[in-house]
Design a binder for this molecule. Structure first.
Ligand code: GTP
Ligand code: MG
Length: 357
């Protein structure tokens, strides 16, 4: 019976892996969508240059890191190369006015937000059946770097890493646990959870730790630091692919089954911090412990229910918005997914449909 169970698990995993690839491929943005988005970026860049001639508008987040689904929003970052540039607040106000006058976008400038941005959207049209949503921020160089880090991880093992990340993104949207404003986790947070699992939990690891591979030649402090944060990571992916090969040969389905299991029962939510840079850390050692019995620290403790360290801003908890209820729901969803996959329904496609119900 042991052998038979093993064979049945293998059969399921092979079929389920294929289902996952097929499912994820359909969800990728079309060439046309990518082209439209690039046109929008160029148009916006041209307009911004009428305010600040030395500015560049760069794309970050999913449109730039290889983990984008159809109709994902565009995250844009404006960099200004001149010395005496306008403040982000002024730029947001001026750009908001300009876009309102010159374009058909719905414009919502948020000059006084913690990170000032302009929010834009375009209504659906025949060429753009689902419209477009876009945020423009300023000088967010760390976001550009973490986008590049995620992109490098996606490139090391495109099939397994991208399939897992994209699937997890769809899954968390369908299961409605992807709303930082409502106490659950951002997409960025889920991507970090997948990478953490592939770098630090899996043994042998599926991915190397790019932030711990030393540079080939000595490089200066200035080159590796940005606003006091160490942003070094090994980014010569071609070289890496020649010299490094994971000895983990599990297929996507097996990895996903293990990931759901890990986050439903093994990750130490109470005391642990998931750090893709340093592996598992203790909340205590980062000063992130949640003093659950003391009502005085109410605010602080809500901030650190669930801890995911940002790869560069290491004093920043990417999961700070997750509330007690939010975490309960998220863990419940990991358990539900785990249960569905442990049951191994007759057809893998049924499992997939149930997962994303
Ligand atoms: P979708 O928009 O759902 O496709 O996902 P996404 O990959 O674009 O992720 P998300 O919109 O959550 O974040 C976009 C980018 O913003 C990320 O790649 C990060 O660069 C940055 N970002 C988002 N949330 C945080 C955060 O909490 N901290 C930091 N430092 N950066 C963040
Ligand atoms: Mg995004």
């Amino acid at each position: 019976t042991m052998q038979r169970r093993h064979a049945s698990r293998q059969r399921f995993a092979t079929e389920f892996s294929q289902c996952l690839f097929d499912f994820v491929v359909q969800l990728l943005p079309t060439q046309e969508e990518l082209a439209v988005k690039e046109d929008v970026r160029k148009l916006l860049e041209r307009l911004i240059r009428t305010i600040e001639p030395d500015s560049r508008l760069l794309s970050f987040g999913s449109t730039a890191n290889g983990f984008s689904l159809k109709n994902s929003d565009m995250d844009l970052c404006c960099l200004i190369d001149s010395e005496d540039r306008l403040s982000a607040t002024d730029m947001v106000t001026m750009l908001g006015d300009l876009l309102e006058r010159e374009t058909k976008f719905h414009v919502k400038p948020l000059p006084h937000a913690r990170i000032p941005i302009v929010k834009l959207s375009l209504d659906p049209s025949p060429g753009l059946p689902l419209g477009i949503a876009c945020d423009i921020g300023f000088e967010n160089r760390l976001a550009l770097e973490n986008t590049r880090l995620l992109m490098c991880y996606a490139m090391i093992d495109p099939t397994r890493v991208r399939t897992m990340v994209l699937f997890l993104k769809v899954w968390c949207k369908r299961r409605k646990i992807n709303s930082p404003y409502k106490g659950t986790l951002s997409s960025y947070g889920y991507v970090l959870l997948v990478l953490y699992f592939l770098i630090h939990v899996k043994n042998p690891p599926v991915l190397p730790n790019l932030q711990q591979i030393p540079p080939l030649r000595p490089i200066s402090h200035e080159e590796t630091h940005l606003n006091g944060h160490d942003i070094w990571f090994f980014d010569d992916i071609q070289l890496l692919r020649q010299r490094w090969q994971s000895s983990n040969t599990q297929n996507v389905a097996d990895l996903l089954i293990d990931l759901f299991k890990y986050y439903s029962r093994d990750f130490p939510y109470q005391t642990g911090v998931a750090s893709i840079k340093s592996g598992q850390l203790k909340k205590e050692s980062k000063g992130w412990q949640s003093d659950l019995d003391s009502p005085r620290y109410n605010d602080h403790r809500e901030r650190n229910r669930f801890c995911i360290e940002d790869p560069f801003e290491t004093d920043f908890n990417v999961a700070r918005c997750v509330t007690k209820d939010g975490l309960y729901t998220i863990r419940g969803e990991f358990m539900r997914a785990s249960r569905i996959l442990a049951n191994r329904p007759e057809r893998a496609i049924i499992a997939l449909a149930q997962l994303c119900e």
